[in-house]
Write a protein that binds this ligand. Structure first.
Ligand code: SF4
Length: 361
């Protein structure tokens, strides 16, 4: 592949053209690909639409565990014996206090996540009230992930001022039955369509490493393009003790970066997020993920801890990126003295009670 080949990837993507199926496959599988040249092309697209900004998201597990669904990759699922801290639902006071903390930590977006198949009417109303309260008090974007939702629920949340609804596609339609039997790929798709119809932005991503083929990754990237997903979290499956899904694919850092580049080229304007598994699978190449991706999670993921706040901000700052916040990464770093990072990534740590309730500490 010559210089022109890489350059045309960026030009076609920025011009709104679709890369051919053959090119997409090459991008993921061809051993002649030079990783730095590929990242450079993806960075041209990222820079064109998002500059050097990184959008930081902080997840809040509003409810945790005891889920009726059997998603086999999830420690909160009914078939998992992972030793998570389970609880039903935090109080409004705790959730709002944690939104305040997230804003002060430099988060651009606060993601409230509820375990479960679908929220009841009462829970949806509580979420709507929370969204109104948080939006009235802090200049932070709010995203909710609460399972399957219909037109009435998504409308209610839109009216309350919700910015985005998250519902991940996770894996390709043809593979969905292998990872979950209690709901379908169509259920997920219908929720996203309802959210779009209600005027909500869509956040929907994938989990790579569950045995999917390169073709299935391309299919997912194209589907998210058709859905006009504003935000695409790319998770890399973590081996969590107790989970029913045992065979975690060996994802090399290079392959993870290729996946991020693929999603960037096919979704040039979307917020591409390097999500769970960033530290574990990308290892020493972690910072390179910011070339195709323009977003990341700080303070861990849905079920596992991540790099410390200090190390995450330092990585962004060291690589010459800025964060999308009223407070700069450098300013935030002045207050981050303790390094709570854990370099032993052989087994990802589950979040502790203190991680799950930051406002109590
Ligand atoms: S992914 Fe969501 S729906 Fe599936 S088991 Fe986990 S919490 Fe429940």
């Amino acid at each position: 592949m010559d210089k022109q080949w890489y350059q045309s990837l960026a030009e076609e993507s920025m011009g709104g053209q679709l890369l051919s199926q053959e090119t997409c496959l090459q991008l993921l599988t061809d051993s002649r690909i030079e990783l730095l040249s590929l990242l450079d092309a993806a960075y041209a697209v990222r820079k064109h639409f998002h500059g050097r900004e990184v959008t930081v998201h902080i997840i809040n597990n509003v409810s945790n565990g005891r889920c009726s669904e059997d998603c086999n990759y999830c420690p909160q699922s009914k078939g998992s014996s992972a030793e998570i801290v389970a609880y039903t639902e935090k109080t409004e006071q705790e959730i709002v206090a944690e939104a305040k903390q997230a804003y002060a930590a430099g988060a651009h977006r606060y993601c409230m996540v509820y375990a479960g198949r679908r929220p009841s009417r009462q829970r949806t109303e509580r979420i709507a009230t929370l969204v109104k309260t948080i939006k009235a008090q802090y200049p932070i974007e709010v995203c909710v992930s609460a399972g399957i939702m219909d037109a009435a629920s998504t409308r209610l949340l839109k009216e309350a001022g919700l910015d985005r609804l998250n519902h991940n596609l996770n894996t390709a339609a043809g593979r969905y039955g292998k990872i979950c039997s209690t709901h379908t790929f169509a259920d997920r798709l219908n929720t996203l369509k309802a959210a779009r119809k209600a005027g909500l932005e869509i956040c929907s991503g994938i989990i790579a490493g569950m045995g999917e083929t390169a073709g299935e990754l391309i299919e997912l990237a194209l589907m998210l393009r058709d859905l006009e997903a504003k935000s695409i979290p790319i998770n890399f499956l973590l081996p969590i003790a107790g989970n029913r899904l045992k065979n975690v694919q060996n994802l090399s850092p290079g392959y993870c970066l290729r996946i991020l580049c693929l999603f960037r080229f096919l979704n040039p304007q979307a917020e591409i997020r390097t999500a769970a598994g960033r530290e574990y699978h990308l290892r020493s190449m972690e910072v390179m993920s910011l070339y195709p991706a323009n977003s990341l999670f700080m303070d861990g993921y849905l079920n596992t801890r991540g790099k410390s706040r200090k190390d995450t901000l330092q990585m962004i700052s060291d690589a010459g990126f800025t964060i999308k916040s009223d407070i700069s990464a450098e300013e935030l770093l002045l207050h981050e003295t303790a390094d709570a990072g854990d370099d032993d990534r052989a087994i990802p740590d589950l979040k502790s009670d203190a991680d799950l309730h930051p406002a109590r500490n």
